[in-house]
Design a protein around this ligand. Structure first.
Ligand SMILES: *Cc1c(COP(=O)(O)O)cnc(C)c1O
Length: 332
């Protein structure tokens, strides 16, 4: 199966394979399954994260097409935009980011890194304005004789998702016996790529995407479409059934980027038992899901659950009020 992506254009950006760590203290604390943490926060690109794997194939495609400027969009604390800015810098491309104000407008976390990495940052007032503005900028650049390459939200199309088909292969090489994979699902590329990779590898375990705030049905449809596109890109086209896609939207009910107590508790537990730092928007909520599913008996002793740490560390600093010591003291 390793040959499925070998002929696709790709650049090297990530430190691979990322470590797969035994989370012994956390497993003991939960009294449940063996938990492994796949450290995709350690992909190494300007503080790492899951977008790096996708960008290896997206930037590869951009260079194959002779592009000279990358455009993408997200909120002000977008990990995807920060990793795209770094990938562009690493490959001598310009980068234009269209950002809308997130909960945090401060010059910190990912936004600060976007500037350091030399991206041209264009801000719009709302999320809905990002896409049309980005398209208009791409047309403007093209009319000036430039070769723009537009990367969709989160790098989640069939090309980017190939990075996670590769990741599934990598994970199974590190540990062939995995009963479930748990991670945060947002724009669907990670999830779609894992599903495509599972089909190639014949992996039969569970693939559980914890939504970052999107209602289940919408996210399932996006994951389905990305997985199908990805299989096509890998030369293995085939139907993907929505009914076979496992998305849980119970752990971000307050909405995208809005903190909740279970996320805060999960971040503290993993930090204090394992010395591993999760993020407040994605991996903290996904870990809250893993903990809850374990407590509800969905994962049992003797089983192996691989948690993909998708990164997001810079955004922690934009949430210092929820996560900092004042809050800790109040609760004690
Ligand atoms: C983007 C992101 C996700 C979600 O991944 P998708 O491929 O967009 O579904 C999860 N965690 C972090 C830290 C992210 O930046």
């Amino acid at each position: 199966m390793a040959t499925a992506w070998e002929d696709l254009p790709r650049v090297r950006l990530a430190h691979l394979p990322t470590p797969l760590e035994e989370a012994r203290n956390l497993s003991r604390e939960l009294g449940g399954p063996r938990v492994l943490i796949k450290r995709d926060d350690c992909t190494g690109l300007a503080t790492g994260g899951n977008k790096t794997r996708k960008l290896e194939f997206l930037v590869g495609d951009a260079l194959a097409r002779g592009s000279d400027v990358l455009l993408t969009e997200g909120n002000a604390q977008s990990n995807h935009c920060r990793q795209t800015a770094a990938a562009a810098a690493a490959h001598g491309l310009e980068c234009v980011l269209v950002l809308s104000p997130a909960r945090c407008r401060e010059m910190t976390g990912n936004l600060l890194l976007d500037y350091l990495l030399g991206a041209k940052v264009v801000t719009v007032a709302s999320g809905a304005e990002r896409m049309p503005r980005m398209r208009a900028l791409a047309e403007e650049l093209a009319s000036q004789g430039r070769r723009p390459y537009v990367i969709p939200t989160g790098g989640s199309n069939g090309i980017g998702a190939v990075g996670y088909a590769v990741a599934l292969h990598e994970l199974l090489e590190q540990e062939p016996k995995v009963d479930a994979i748990v991670f945060c699902s947002g724009s669907g590329g990670t999830h779609g790529g894992l599903i495509a990779g599972a089909r190639l590898a014949g992996y039969r375990g569970r693939i559980i995407g914890i939504s970052d705030g999107e209602p289940r049905a919408d996210l399932v449809e996006r994951v389905r479409a990305v997985a199908a596109e990805c299989l096509e890109r890998l030369g293995r086209p085939g139907e993907v059934q929505a009914s076979a896609i496992e998305v849980l939207d119970d752990y971000a009910r307050e909405g995208y980027g809005v903190p909740n107590q279970k996320m805060i508790d999960a971040i503290r537990l993993v930090a204090r038992t394992q010395g591993v730092v999760l993020d407040p928007v994605y991996s903290g909520k996904a870990m809250a899901g893993l903990i809850d599913l374990t407590r509800r008996g969905e994962f049992r002793r003797g089983q192996t659950v691989a948690f993909i740490h998708t990164g997001g560390i810079p955004a922690l600093f934009a949430y210092r009020e929820e996560l900092g010591p004042d809050r800790v003291r109040q609760e004690r």
